[in-house]
Design a protein around this ligand. Structure first.
Ligand SMILES: [Mg+2]
Length: 214
């Protein structure tokens, strides 16, 4: 865990979902491979060719000194529009097939919820985010979910962060973004004046009450 900065007064915590509220490497691999399979179909390529093309796009960004970005943003670069990206994910990603109730997570969120408002900001479609919260048994802890299909932009774009703050009715300087990818979940949040906490996975989230509640 790494705390990049915290507001003087914290009113809301904005959580990422994948790799943050659960840790499941097999599910993470499936999320990418299932979408690469759809990309391959659309490009008329094999899955290994599509995976190579995706890896090359990531490498090209690194070579240009650009930060890492979301898979959705990489898919846009292959000419796949956001509505199609959302549909492919809704078709293939079924959180209930992978995630189970997490009582330690619920207990940690219950403590946080007493002090802060909680929102989920995911780069998956909103429906997938809501189904993930339900599968983890923590849906009641969050006021709302903002997903890829709410403003058709993907973190690290500014829009999703601004959307969450607008729905909370709070300036970014009262909010903290919490996620497992610095470039995607935190860098933009910091430029907007939000606080930012990097987690290694859900184990770190279990410890957040000890850090944020004195
Ligand atoms: Mg994540």
């Amino acid at each position: 865990m790494k705390v990049f900065g915290l507001p003087g007064e914290i009113r809301a915590l904005v959580f990422d979902m994948d790799g943050t509220l659960y840790t499941h490497h097999g599910y993470a691999r499936f999320q990418e491979s299932s979408q690469v399979a759809r990309l391959a179909q659309a490009l008329g390529a094999s899955e290994s060719e599509a995976k190579t093309a995706l890896d090359r796009a990531r490498e090209a960004r690194r070579a240009q000194g650009l930060p890492r970005t979301s898979m959705a943003n990489l898919f846009l670069g292959f000419g796949i529009d956001m509505a199609t990206i959302v549909r492919w994910r809704e078709e293939k990603i079924v959180p209930g097939d992978w995630l189970v109730t997490d009582q330690r997570l619920d207990a940690a969120l219950a403590l946080l919820q007493k002090r802060f408002r909680l929102a989920l900001l995911t780069n998956n479609p909103r429906k997938v985010g809501e189904a993930s919260l339900a599968a983890l048994g923590v849906a009641g802890r969050f006021e709302f979910v903002v997903g890829l299909d709410d403003n058709w932009a993907s973190k690290p774009a500014r829009e999703p962060f601004l959307e969450v703050c607008a729905r909370l009715g709070l300036e970014p300087s009262f909010c903290v973004s919490i996620g497992d990818r610095e470039d995607v979940d935190l860098a933009t949040a910091l430029t907007l004046g939000m606080g930012a906490i990097l987690v290694d996975g859900v184990e770190d989230v279990y410890g957040l009450p000890g850090i944020l509640i004195s």
